[in-house]
Design a protein around this ligand. Structure first.
Ligand code: NAD
Length: 304
């Protein structure tokens, strides 16, 4: 089956990025939102992002001609002719199931349904539909127009041809798709989350300071940034939430939140977005490590 028409549910951070990426790749896109103001906000973000790409010369068309392929709507019926529908609404299993149950009644039978969930079970969301063989996860990364990876997730009920179609579609989007199965965390978070939590444990045990651990992983492993800068970027509240879902699935200590992470989240130290995490981000160009507050040690003013 060939995908021509793309439906996107939600025009937030991820949905707007998915819509923009699909339109840039030449697909006709319909984006569904709950309210006009969210649609307006999403489209404003798409406009800004396309303008930046045009400025850098990385898109072949004008922003206006890419934008013309995206239609915003508040009516689910406008998704009826989609060949694939990618859902990117809030991370709430009941809301996602409600949405897919409705889509199941409206969208043509041959269409593929994909959820962009980070942590909810794809299989559980799938149960809200009658097309379990055509249901997958497509996990994009933020910011979608820039990040190359898409984890394409099969459940035990997914038809192999549906996986092949989704992989080919992701390639047409200019992405690098990887195949994975419906286990919490998929590939990236399964490996990344224990690593980030281990960095916190190493810090708690006095293995090194915040900036020394970051510098060690950056220059010793060639990672673009150390685990604490990365955690501050992702958001400690988000990591904390994911640890719960992963610990619940695997019941292993490596997925459990270290005490320090819990304390930081309780105190509202979420990382860059709240201004403070492992670093103070008052000056984003020069984040200051928070050893003194977190471990009672003088801060070392080394770079992040
Ligand atoms: P967001 O809050 O920025 O966007 C969600 C959008 O969905 C909002 O604009 C909201 O109005 C809309 N929405 C909610 N209910 C709706 C409904 N019933 N009908 C239509 N629209 C509705 O959230 P986000 O960060 O874009 O995340 C969306 C999904 O993508 C979540 O499942 C999240 O876990 C997943 N995800 C997020 C990231 C990330 O880095 N933010 C990365 C990968 C996956």
């Amino acid at each position: 089956m060939e995908i021509k028409k793309v439906g996107v549910i939600g025009c937030g951070l991820m949905g707007s990025g998915i819509a923009q990426t699909a339109a840039t790749a030449g697909f006709d896109v319909v984006v569904l939102e709950a309210e006009q103001r969210f649609l307006d906000k999403g489209f404003a973000g798409i406009g800004k992002s396309l303008a930046k790409f045009a400025e850098k010369g990385t898109i072949k068309e004008t922003p206006e001609s890419v934008r013309a392929r995206i239609k915003g709507t508040l009516k689910v019926e406008d998704l009826a002719a989609s060949d694939i529908v990618i859902e990117a609404i809030i991370e709430n299993v009941e809301e996602k199931k409600k949405m897919f149950a409705r889509l199941d009644q409206v969208v043509q039978r041959e269409a593929i349904f994909a959820t962009n969930t980070s942590s909810v079970s794809v299989t559980e969301v799938m149960t809200a539909t009658t097309r379990v063989d055509r249901f997958i996860g497509m996990h994009f990364f933020n910011p979608v127009p820039l990040m190359k990876l898409v984890e394409v997730i099969r459940t035990i009920a997914t038809d192999a041809k549906v996986m092949d179609t989704a992989i080919a579609f992701a390639e047409k989007l200019g992405k690098v798709p990887v195949r994975t199965s419906d286990k919490t965390g998929f590939i990236v978070n399964r490996l990344l989350v224990p690593y980030l939590l281990d960095a916190v444990r190493a810090y708690e045990e006095g293995v090194g300071s915040i900036s020394d651990i970051d510098l060690a992983m950056k220059f010793g492993c060639g990672y673009p940034m150390g685990p604490f800068v990365l955690s501050d970027f992702i958001g400690l509240d988000t990591i904390y939430y994911i640890t719960h879902v992963m610990f619940d699935e695997f019941k292993e200590r490596r997925f459990a939140a270290p005490a320090l992470l819990r304390r930081m989240v309780l105190a509202g130290w979420y990382g860059k977005k709240s201004g403070k995490g492992f670093y103070d981000w008052s000056n984003p160009e020069k984040p200051v490590p928070q050893d003194e507050a977190l471990r009672g040690e003088p801060a070392k003013a080394q770079g992040a």
